[in-house]
Design a protein around this ligand. Structure first.
Ligand code: ATP
Length: 264
């Protein structure tokens, strides 16, 4: 597990909306998308998407069904290639890299609908998360750390993962991602299909993960929860970024309130 954020200093600390102390002005950029266009065959889904996530931040990407949120994640991880534009992680270009190499560089995805390996046990799923590593002692250390964050997962290490509840599978998917010892975690709709209480547990865990040094980029339809947690956010509409601001400003923004928070 990474202990600290290279871009953070003890100077210039200010409170985030979630009440945690995070450095603001001195953070380095971890992930940057610049003018990204993504197509499926002839149909263009992402139009000139630019966004950045800085070290130590939680940034959310909000959008309705079919806005292109999952496509953004797939583009970042090399699962679809952008036709134009660049993607950089810690200053290095990744838009032509293979997904495994992207994970090796410290960027990991918790995919939509969890996508754990349903026929494998919980422990086997977690071990799969460490596929890029070979230091057994460090893997064991991280496994113990994952069990500390998710005690419930520890209780179930021998269980076949597909028989667990949705909430447990989400915890497992997050635990599996942590097993790659990431610097940054991208999460595609972690609240999807979960009860309100489980959504709260998942979001508290995301905060904990960030506070332990992992930068977070989060794609969500649950705008109110995402904005209560995030430092900043972007709004994606039909494949275009139409708004970007701090989370508190987005919470009071008319467009966001009307379109995503069910209010006027
Ligand atoms: P949701 O919240 O419903 O998952 P989303 O914002 O994640 O939506 P995407 O899954 O990125 O949206 O889809 C954006 C658009 O791209 C949709 O119109 C979808 O039908 C289309 N699309 C997604 N995957 C493919 C694909 N493999 N081939 C063709 N079109 C696709």
């Amino acid at each position: 597990m990474q202990e600290d954020n290279p871009g953070m200093t003890s100077a210039d600390i200010s409170p985030s909306p979630s009440g945690e102390n995070v450095a603001v002005a001195t953070r380095s950029t971890m992930l940057q998308l610049t003018n990204v266009d993504t197509f499926y065959g002839p149909s263009q889904v992402l139009h000139n998407v630019s966004l950045e996530v800085k070290s130590g931040e939680i940034v959310c990407l909000l959008g309705a069904n079919a806005a292109g949120k999952t496509t953004t994640m797939k583009t970042i991880f090399g699962l679809v290639r952008p036709r134009h534009g660049t993607i950089e992680f810690e200053g290095g270009r990744i838009e032509r890299k293979l997904p495994g190499d992207i994970v090796r560089s410290g960027l990991v995805l918790v995919p939509e609908a969890r996508r754990i390996f349903p026929r494998m046990t919980v422990l086997e799923n977690l071990e799969m998360g460490a596929f890029i590593r070979n230091n057994r002692a460090e893997i064991k250390e991280d496994l113990d750390h994952v069990f500390q964050i998710f005690p419930r997962i520890k209780e179930r290490i021998k269980q076949v993962a597909g028989t667990m509840s949705g909430g447990e599978q989400q915890m497992l998917a997050m635990g599996r991602a942590l097993m790659s010892s990431p610097k940054m975690m991208c999460m595609d709709e972690p609240s999807m299909g979960l009860s309100p209480i489980l959504v709260e547990t998942v979001f508290n865990t995301i905060l904990r993960i960030r506070n332990e040094g992992v930068t977070v980029f989060l794609v969500e339809q649950n705008a109110s929860m995402a904005l209560s947690l995030a430092d900043r956010g972007y709004v994606l509409q039909t494949g275009r970024i139409v708004l970007s601001d701090t989370a508190p400003n987005l919470l009071t923004n008319d467009l966001v309130r009307q379109a995503y928070l069910g209010g006027g």
